[in-house]
Design a protein around this ligand. Structure first.
Ligand code: NAD
Ligand code: 89V
Length: 340
């Protein structure tokens, strides 16, 4: 049984703790947060008695195989470097880092330590999205030549995560990052990025609308469009909708978790709704189920000696798309990813 320590007991941490309870092959032995109130609330809720306000002390005193970092981005680099130098395997929440320099240093730290580093980039593990990815990878629609990945919502994310309203960057860094990662999983790596952004909600600092055109290494193209300023009924938060054209058919992940595969003049329709786990609640159940799936993937990879799909090294490519999108939007030009 792998023994893990959690760093960060804030808004999203309960989902990780609930997930870990269901993972085969791991348990959480200790919890750390600099905020004593959050530490005791979360520790009591999940019956974790080994509690720390200092991550270095937790790593020194506990016999841990891995750490699960659930803090916001500014603390990721020091915590990943600390965990790597303490000889632990690492999971780090997205956004992996505030910039590519930090992210590359974090990957290097884990490599030097010989430890596995996975970014908790969970949207490609949402079961509806995963079904779509698997069907495409299995060749159901042939070779894909176009993908549109769309996330448009008016859901109030700021009440649970007030920091999202405060940063200079918002939707691309927090949400677009997930959608860009899904597109990488479907269409492969990206050569150029052209983005346009807007801020519609006057109460926040960053951009809440982004439209991004990607040109892939394969020569094919994708569009990522995301918005937290869209009033729609029914509200689709937190669904990513997909439209993928291939040379032998097309695939649609539509609102309400409806998957359609169009081939040979026929349409196959499936309900691919995520499971409502016992501890989950709508509409977050889609995300909550994916937390468990990516945690299980991490344990399976450690057991089998494989790299996780969203390893630190892999995630550098997703983070590069985020940086490229901001650069493109600010300078109104197309950005080549290999120049970043
Ligand atoms: P939060 O601010 O509510 O919680 C973070 C906690 O970390 C706080 O309690 C804070 O005191 C603690 N902390 C910060 N630095 C620390 C340190 N050095 N040592 C110990 N504790 C420290 O944030 P959140 O909303 O829980 O988000 C955490 C991360 O999860 C963010 O990066 C966010 O983007 C990500 N997130 C991911 C998803 C997803 O689906 N993947 C969903 C929501 C949030
Ligand atoms: O998944 C996330 O990273 C969340 C949210 C869905 C609200 O964007 O921050």
């Amino acid at each position: 049984m792998l023994r893990g320590g959690i760093i960060g007991a804030g808004f999203f941490a309960a989902n990780h703790l609930n997930g870990w309870r269901m993972v085969d092959g791991a348990e959480i032995a200790a919890l750390c947060d600099t905020d004593t109130g959050r530490l005791s609330t979360m520790g009591d809720q999940f019956g974790i008695t080994r509690r720390y306000t200092d991550a270095a002390q937790m790593l020194a005193e506990e016999e841990l195989d891995f750490v699960d970092i659930i803090t916001t981005a500014p603390s990721h680099r020091p915590l990943v470097e600390l965990a790597a130098s303490s000889g632990k395997h690492i999971i780090c929440q997205k956004p992996f880092a505030e910039n590519l320099t930090d992210a590359r240093a974090m990957v290097a730290a884990a490599q030097t330590a010989g430890k596995t580093l996975m970014v908790h980039e969970n949207f490609r593990w949402q079961s509806p999205v995963r079904t779509a990815i698997n069907e495409i990878r299995a060749g159901m629609i042939g070779t894909p030549f176009f993908c549109r990945a769309s996330f448009r919502s008016g859901y109030d994310v700021f009440s649970g995560q007030p920091y999202l309203a405060e940063g200079e960057r918002f939707i691309i860094e927090d949400l677009g990052i997930h959608v860009l990662d899904i597109v990488r999983a479907v269409m492969g790596d990206v050569a150029t990025v052209a983005a346009h952004t807007n801020r519609i909600n006057p109460k926040i600092r960053g951009e809440d609308v982004a439209t991004i055109l990607l040109s892939h290494d394969s020569g094919m193209s994708s569009v990522v469009d995301c918005s937290y300023a869209t009033q729609r009924s029914p509200e689709t938060f937190p669904q990513t909708l997909l439209e993928v054209d291939g040379d032998r058919g097309s695939l649609y992940l539509k609102a309400g978790y409806r998957l359609e595969i169009h081939t040979n003049g026929e349409v196959e329709t499936r309900d691919v709704s995520p499971e409502l786990l016992s501890w989950a609640e709508r509409p977050w159940h889609n995300i909550q189920e994916s937390v468990l799936s990516i945690q299980q993937h991490f344990c399976d990879c450690l057991r089998d000696g494989r790299q996780p799909e969203t390893s630190g090294t892999d995630n550098l490519k997703t983070l590069t798309l985020v940086e490229a999108a901001y650069l493109s939007a600010s300078e109104a030009r197309t950005v080549e990813t290999n120049h970043l």
